[in-house]
Every structure is written in C-alpha cells, then in structure tokens.
Design a binder for this molecule. Sequence first.
Ligand code: LLP
Length: 407
Amino acid sequence: MQVEDVTIGELAKHIPTPFYCYSAAAIASNYQRYSDAFAGLDSLICYAVKANSNQAILATLAQLGAGADTVSEGEIRRALAAGIKAEKIVFAGVGKSEQEIRYALSQGILQFNVESEPELERISALAVQMNTTARISIRVNPDVEAKTHAKITTGLAENKFGINIDLAPQLYIKAASLPGIEVTGVDVHIGSQLINLEPFAAAFAKVAELVSSLKAQGITIKIIDIGGGLGINYGEHSDEPDIRTYAEHAKQHLGHLGCKIIVEPGRSMVGNAGVLVSKVEYVKTGQERTFLILDAAMNDLIRPSMYDAYHHIATVEQKPNQAVYDIVGPVCETGDTFAKSRALGECEQGDLVAIMGAGAYGAVMASHYNSRLNAPEVLVSGKQYSIIRERISFDTLLAMDTLPAWL
Ligand code: LLP
C-alpha cells in the first residue's frame, strides 16, 4: 500500500505505529475539485479547521488559496500561523467567549457567524469598546432534516445551532441597529456527512427566500455562507455525493442574488486523504469470535466508538486468504472497537493494517485516554514525507500534571 510515492511498510520501519499518514496531493485535488465546481460564482473556500487542524495541513491549503472556518481562538491562531489571512477567516460556534471575540476583532477576521441574540449583543459591545465594527452573518437554522447521524445533524429546530429562520428577520433588524455591528451575510450549516444532496437544496432555497425578504426590508446581504457537510465514502456505500452537483444546487438557488458564496468543507477536503496505520499486536481466538487486537485504539480514532462510524480497513500487504475479525484496540472498554465481523486479509502478529478515511475528525479528536501517547502525524508529498506532529514522550505526558504543594 502506498501514499503517493511512499510505501506505508517503509514508513512503518522508521515511525513506530500507530501513526496517521496524509497525502498532500489528495488534499490539493480535493481543494481543486471545490474550486473548479464553484468557479462560476464569486466564492471563497473556507476549510473547516476542526476536521484536521494540523498546521502543515492548514499551510498546504493556505498555499492553494483557502480561507478558514474556525470555532475557537485556538483555531484562529492556528489558521493565522499557517499563513491564512485574517480576511479569509470566519468564526462560528454557539459559545464564543469575550476573550475569543476580542481576539478575533483584534485580528480583523472576515466575519463572525452569530448563533444567538445575546452573542450578537456581546459582539457589538466588545467592538464598540475596541473602537471597531464586527462584520457578522447570522447563522440561520432552516429546520431541514439532513438525514445523517443524530450526533452530527445541526439544522433541525431542536438543535442548539443558529436562529430559527422565521425569526431571523427580527434579529437582522436588531443587528443593523447595533453600533458595533456591520451586517454582511447569512450563514447556514445543516449537518455533516450528508450523502443525499436534497437537504442542501432545501436549505439553500430557504436561505434565498430570506435574502430576498431582507432586501425588501432594506437589509443588503453580501455574503452567503453555505456551511460544509458534504459526505465522503467510507467504504460502505459507493455513491459519494458529487461536488459539482452540490455546487450546481448553490448556483441554481443562490446564484442570482449577486452574493459572495462561502463554502466550509472539512471532511470532504481531508477525510479521504488520510489513513491510520496500525500494527496487529495479537490475534486472539475467543469462543465465538476472533479478535484482531491492534496497537491503535479509540483514543486515536474515536469515530467508530462515538458514532458507530464505518471505516474501511485493509491490510497494508496483500494477503492470500480472507478471515473475519472483530477489530479492536487495547483500551479497557468494549466500545474500543473499530469494526465487528469484518472480512479482512488473514493476519498474524506484527502485520500492518490501514484504517481508511481517517484524515478528518481523526487526530483532532484524539486523547491520551489510558495514558496512551498520541499517534504521530505524517504528511507525504510525492517521494517526500515529513512528521508533522511528533509522538510526545512519557516525560512530556507526565509533566502535563502538576502536584499541589500539600502532596
Ligand atoms: N461548518 C460548520 C459550522 C460546522 O459545524 C462543520 C462541522 C463544518 C462546517 C464542516 O463540516 P464537514 O464538511 O466536515 O462535514 N466529529 C464528527 C463531525 C462533526 C462535524 C461538526 N461540524 C465526525 O467525526 O463525523
């Protein structure tokens, strides 16, 4: 198995498993697909940093011209450090703190995607204090069923995100009257890992109606941020949504409004550009099932435990025979399971396996649970590779805690 011109088996000779390995070319090609698909529109691709916030990934995207969709001061700092200009950074999230808002204002980011009335008031007050004006979009909740996993759906009335679209005009009128606020846009994001494009179309249509009705009330919208959410194929279905068709929906519903379109892809930019490489520690034959016990665990990649997510898993070397395994990690929880009853090349101790589709929401959601060290991250470009995050040492891990004086 290769990532670009680098053999994974070769990499594993230098870097102890488990480790993440990403392809810069795959990321560039995903970016290119977005930029081609949205070419007919005045658009800005703001990569959703939360999907993979490694600065090497951000710098790769910055060089291609990407902006950033961020949700914390930490993400804004990472984006800026990686060379993404403030005027291409949007800041979302339901719980922006005073400190975060001040920081974003001090950097002059493109816009805040506002999620509530008290947040709007807070941003205005802080902007006035700082003698500046905050550009804002209001994130509207279109009450559209995204048909994805309940934990990652965001556009339903019952979700904590955004302002009910029917109540948005009132809030826009208020926003326009606030001294520290400049209304620039509308924002919508209905969920993640959407395979069916219809919910996007439904949300775009509702946003178009809102923009027209705001115009009639004297509020001009210049930016429409359509969020992210396009799904990828994790290996369980073969129909991956097409970015061009997605962009067509945006053009059809929003193209006539003369607005700049921001799109915030995360998963579809980096998900299929990364694998988690792991080693078989043991093949354990239980009474009912055979377990493949890996050296990677739920602390490295939590998606299967958290969302019952499917990730294709393959042996790094081709195997002559197939076997069926429960593929698990060493963490002391039954939930530390990557796959159940999964057919795979027959393995023995020491074999390498690759968990696919691990470029998004993998390393960023990792923890040190069970006092395990982090899986390092490696970026490949052609024949070159570079470790873009080291595995920390046990000394560093232990030094994270400090003992109180009385002990
Ligand atoms: N914009 C906003 C406002 C978001 O909340 C998100 C993701 C995105 C853009 C990017 O969505 P994407 O294109 O990646 O679908 N940890 C979960 C996914 C959580 C997504 C949260 N918001 C997972 O592993 O499936």
